[in-house]
Ligand binder design. Structure first.
Ligand SMILES: [Zn+2]
Length: 305
């Protein structure tokens, strides 16, 4: 079996890199004296197996636990490979998995959902790269064993992992994993935009609250799930500042891009592609985007109007 490359990041933490073509996220292992926690379940059983193999080759104990950062396929489809591993997830993630488990994941069915506006082409294309049609037809989505709503702390022996629900624009169920002893935060995808929406977007209300919570953690390294290298604390603080500045200017000027760019030039924020993309994402967040997500957390309870 192939083993993923494994890097020791800090005293207790090992990570394997993301793979862009098939949308594989960073996988992590937090290694305590008593037990090991795996971060993310991988985007397929093959992905999960390759990570477990990498741990075994470095004589690291098999994880006792795994945590799902949110419901998106690339973070949960490997869960069926995690036998004898207890899976933690937010209550909303578990609700989403119940719905996803009933869906047909064959090429034909996914294509139909994309055509019906219930799935996005990006996920379809990456899933096709990661596994064959027949492998996906047989996919079994495993339900989490332990669910929580706000936060939970797991004592792994000499190191603990705090699973904290943070939400955000990317997905309302997003959870981060904070390891205070090592000063590390696994971000999952929480700082990314709303990818299932057309147009994709950020809202200042959700993103600002999220950034406040993340910067309040006493962390020196932040790990987005689809980025090769971790972000240092100083880089994360300047990123947060930039997002807040641009989001506030969009709140102030609406869709007047020129007024926003003029204001930004006085603040020495360069007028480059990244800045313009961010402005457009915040402007889109003030409109009413259409979602192609198979999961909706915003549906009011039956009987409510
Ligand atoms: Zn995601």
């Amino acid at each position: 079996m192939t083993a993923l490359p494994l890097t020791r990041l800090t005293t207790h933490i090992y990570i394997s890199p993301p793979h862009e073509e098939t949308d594989r996220p960073v996988l992590g292992a937090i290694v305590g004296e008593k037990s090991v926690l795996m971060v993310e379940a991988g985007n397929s059983p093959a992905h999960a197996h390759s990570f477990l193999e990498a741990l075994a080759r470095q004589h690291i104990a098999r994880p006792s636990y795994a945590v799902l950062t949110h419901w998106h396929w690339d973070h949960i489809f490997g869960a069926s490979a995690l036998s004898r591993i207890q899976i933690f997830a937010h209550t909303k993630t578990a609700q989403a998995i119940q719905i996803l488990a009933k869906l047909d994941w064959s090429d034909e069915a996914i294509q139909r959902r994309v055509a019906d506006g219930k799935e996005i082409a990006f996920c379809r294309d990456c899933m096709r790269q990661e596994f064959t049609d027949s492998e996906r037809k047989d996919i079994r989505l495993r339900h989490p064993d332990i669910t929580f709503n706000t936060r939970i702390e797991i004592d792994l022996g000499s190191v603990s992992a705090n699973l904290i629900h943070v939400g955000g624009d990317h997905s309302a169920d997003s959870v981060v994993i904070f390891i205070p002893q090592d000063g590390v935060v696994f971000l999952g995808d929480c700082i990314y935009d709303a990818i299932y929406d057309t147009p994709r977007n950020y809202t200042s209300a959700k993103l600002f609250a999220l950034l406040e919570r993340l910067t309040a953690l006493d962390a020196s390294l932040y790990l987005p799930a689809h980025q090769e290298t971790p972000i240092s604390r100083s880089e994360f603080l300047s990123l947060a500042k930039k997002y807040k500045t641009i989001g506030s200017l969009v709140d102030q000027h609406g869709d007047d891009r020129q007024a926003i760019l003029t204001h930004l030039s006085h603040l020495s924020i360069p007028n480059n592609e990244e800045t313009v993309t961010l402005i457009d994402l915040f402007i889109a967040g003030r409109q009413k985007p259409v979602s192609a997500s198979p999961i909706s957390f915003d549906t009011p309870p039956k009987g409510n109007r």
